[in-house]
Each structure stands twice: as C-alpha cells, then as structure tokens.
Design a protein around this ligand. Structure first.
Ligand code: SF4
Length: 346
C-alpha cells in the first residue's frame, strides 16, 4: 500500500497548519457554499453543527463500490447533519434531525479513536460520509490520528456541495474524492434539495477535485482504490437528476476518462414518501430511465473506471436504517451483487 500523502504533511507540520486554517473558517463560517458567516462556537447555521465533530455512526461497510469496499470493507464514518435538504434523503434519520444529535458533539481525540479503530478492524480506507460541513473537525481528528499511527487513505464522500477554498486546503490530505453530481438543473436542485446553485457549486468543486487527483487511479495490491476520483450519479425518476447532461459536462470539461459510479438505488424516502408535494419522486426509476442513463455513460465516457449498479436489486439492497446506528445496512450476503445484470430493455 502506498502511504497516504497526509503522512508527509503531518511529518512536515503542514497538516497542523491546514488544521489551523480550516478552523479559522469556523468563526465567520464559509466552510460550505451556504457561507452563513456566523461564529459556529456561538450559533448554528444551515447545517446545525457547531465547532466540534458530531458523528452519527461508523462501521466497516461492504456496500460501497467494489473498488472502495474491497474484501475487508470501507471504514465509513457518517457525519451527523448536512448542508443540503434532499426531500428524498435515504439517510434523513441522521442528516436532517439535528435534535437527535444535540448532545452528540465529541472531541478530536475521540474521533481519532474511531479512525484508528476502523484501521484495526482491517478496513481498506477511511470513508468520510457527508463531510462538507465538518471538514475542519475531520482534519483536526486526522492530524491527531496520523500522529498515533493512522495509515489509511482518506475517502471524501460528499454530496458535491463543497467549498472550493476548503477543497484547496484538502489538497494532499484527501486521497480519494467520491462526490455526488446530483443535478444539472437549478430548478430541480432547488425543488428537491433546497440548493438552487447546486449545479454551479458542485461543478466548481468537482473541477477542483479533478485538478488535485486527475482521472488516473492508483490501485493497491488488493484491488482497492488508493488515489483518484470516482464521481457518483444517482438516477432520479422523471430525469430530475439530468444524468446525461452531467455526463456530457464531465466528458467535455474534465475528461471522458473520469471514473463514474452510476446508481440505480433510488427509492422514495423521507418527504418523498409522506408528502404529496413531490409526485415526481414517489417511485423507483423505470427500466427505460435506467437504460437512458447507461446509454449516456456509454456515449460520453471512455475507459474502464466505471461501476453500474444492478437496476433490479439496488433499490432493495441500498436501504439503510439508522435506528440501529451500529449496523445500518443490510447484510450484503443476502444479495449477489458481484456481477451486475445488464439493464432490461426499454
Ligand atoms: S458549514 Fe454550516 S454554518 Fe458553515 S456555511 Fe455551511 S451550512 Fe453554514
């Protein structure tokens, strides 16, 4: 395994400097594109999260893409709360219920213990899920953990609504960027996730991630990703995500060889189930919608760094339940996802 680059930054003292600069953003918060400009030690902004880390769950996770989960699992750390409000969020129990985590703030040393515990379990990587609003807290803990022997590559697994300034401070800290690109259309982003500027912000963020790691992949001896970019696109019903348009943008503005994970797992959740306000979101995707997304992947992208979910199994398999935060995912052995089946005919 190649050493993650944050170890060199830790050795030189640069990682501590990055912590200082990231922490500096919290007093007039511009940690994410909302730019609430509040002092997070005194009040809460859109993400309802203060200056200390707030973790909802951590586990060895086998349901990520094979190149992330590998044989021994991805060391996922689910951060509580979020800087988006997706009405269909499958993680809404931990992303949109800040009251549940009001007393859950911890300290960097305790979060470092979690990181080191996942390494001890044999996980291939440290996978920060929904890190955008807690980047300073995570790097603070990483600096502690690096001094105590952490060697896992870091996966930045975000919704894509990230600050370019923060990402520039993560250059050399994060090894694997795995952001979503959720929408190509501002109206859909506003209606479904409450962030109208999502397409512009996410494209800027992903451009910065691409600048740092490019379209090449470094693969370790056990077949897992150790450095690179893997872009996730969740296909929504009624083309609300605009996946083909996003794929075309990636191919024309970044590279047609960027790794893509095309996701069929959408199922109505959270407000998309209980509210009559979102009639376009109340079903899983059709075979035709999935076929058009796969066709977009084949039309615009090149290379072999792509993963497509199994359209028929995905909505049932990828269904977390965070009422049990120690084991929120279905046992993968109940499903055979080793060979994704081709999409059905339209
Ligand atoms: S991280 Fe939170 S407080 Fe800071 S700008 Fe984003 S939503 Fe606002």
């Amino acid at each position: 395994m190649t050493s993650p680059s944050y170890l060199a930054l830790a050795e030189s003292g640069e990682l501590a400097e990055r912590v200082r600069r990231l922490d500096g953003l919290l007093s007039n918060c511009t940690v994410c594109p909302h730019e609430c400009r509040i002092d997070r030690s005194l009040e809460l902004g859109f993400c309802s999260t203060g200056v200390d880390p707030v973790v909802a769950s951590w586990t060895a996770h086998f349901g990520e893409e094979p190149v992330i989960s590998g044989r021994r699992g991805s060391g996922t750390v689910f951060l509580a709360n979020c800087n988006m409000r997706c009405v269909f969020c499958q993680n809404h129990q931990i992303s949109q219920d800040p009251e549940a985590f009001r007393e859950a703030a911890t300290i960097a040393e305790a979060l470092a213990d979690i990181f080191l515990g996942l390494q001890k379990q044999g996980c291939h990587n440290l996978n920060w899920v929904s890190p955008s609003h807690q980047a300073p807290q995570l790097v603070r803990a990483l600096e502690v953990a690096a001094r105590r022997g952490l060697k896992l590559p870091v996966v930045y697994n975000s919704n894509g609504y990230d600050s370019v300034e923060v990402l520039s401070l993560l250059d050399g800290v994060v090894d694997i960027y795995m952001p979503d690109l959720k929408y190509a259309d501002e109206e859909n982003a506003a209606e479904c996730s409450r962030v109208a500027d999502y397409p512009r912000r996410a494209r800027n963020a992903i451009t910065e991630m691409f600048r740092q790691v490019g379209d090449g992949w470094e693969i370790g001896p056990e077949g897992t990703l150790e450095r690179g970019l893997l872009l996730r696109m969740l296909v929504l019903p009624n083309d609300l995500a605009g996946v083909r348009e996003s794929l075309q943008w990636v191919a024309e503005n970044l590279s047609p060889r960027v790794g893509i994970s095309l996701m069929a797992q959408y199922y109505p959740s959270h407000l998309a189930v209980t509210s009559r306000r979102y009639p376009l979101l109340t079903r899983t995707i059709s075979a035709g919608e999935w076929r058009r997304a796969v066709d977009g992947l084949e039309t615009f992208m090149e290379g072999d760094h792509h993963w497509v979910q199994d359209h028929r199994l995905a909505p049932a398999y990828y269904r977390p339940d965070f009422s049990d935060t120690s084991e929120p995912f279905t046992d993968r052995r109940d499903f055979d996802l080793s060979e994704p089946t081709p999409p059905e005919d339209i």
